[in-house]
Design a protein around this ligand. Structure first.
Ligand code: SLL
Length: 154
């Protein structure tokens, strides 16, 4: 577990969500009546680049109104799809590959279901999917040698 001194390795990724209103005429009968939207939250590489060589597992913690609010995704695609009625903050915990010796890192994503801004009315009428995505970089400061080799492809 020797660390590579004076070196920081950056890895970019994106996280975000897409939400669509459920068409009442096509609503599956088993869906709770108050569920108005379907949505997906994700963590992935930029341009869908593979990130599984450094990211091992992602835990998405949903609002407590959900059954089994903690959703663990053990491999790509790192995403969770659900239906619901409300917006909330999703806690996203990134677990790195075991060789990294790194502690998990937590970030937050605000799930958006409803259009807002100047075109909100129009977007609502046309049922435009609501996408909210953020770019982020994880920084590995002085990674252990074994992980440095993995990160740099050696
Ligand atoms: C709100 N503070 O009141 C927010 C909470 C929670 C949304 C929103 C649960 C779906 C289910 C669901 O959509 N929760 O019952 O499984 O707007």
């Amino acid at each position: 577990t020797k660390r590579v001194k004076g070196v920081s390795v950056y890895r970019p990724f994106v996280f975000g969500s897409i939400a669509r209103p459920i068409d009442p005429n096509k609503k599956p009968p088993n869906l709770p009546p108050e569920h108005t939207h379907q949505w997906t939250v994700w963590v992935r590489g930029v341009d869908d680049e593979d990130i599984s060589y450094w990211l091992k597992k992602v835990q998405f913690k949903l609002h407590e109104t959900y059954a089994n609010a903690l959703r663990t995704v053990e491999g790509p695609p790192f995403e969770v799809s659900e239906t619901g009625w409300g917006e909330f903050e999703i806690q996203i915990k990134l677990h790195f590959v075991p060789e990294s010796n790194e502690k998990p890192q937590t970030l937050w994503h605000a799930l958006k279901l409803h259009p807002y801004g100047p075109n909100a009315e129009q977007e609502k009428e046309s049922r435009t999917p609501i996408i909210s995505q953020n770019y982020e970089e994880v920084v590995f400061n002085e990674p252990v040698e074994q992980f440095y080799d993995i990160l740099t492809g050696n």
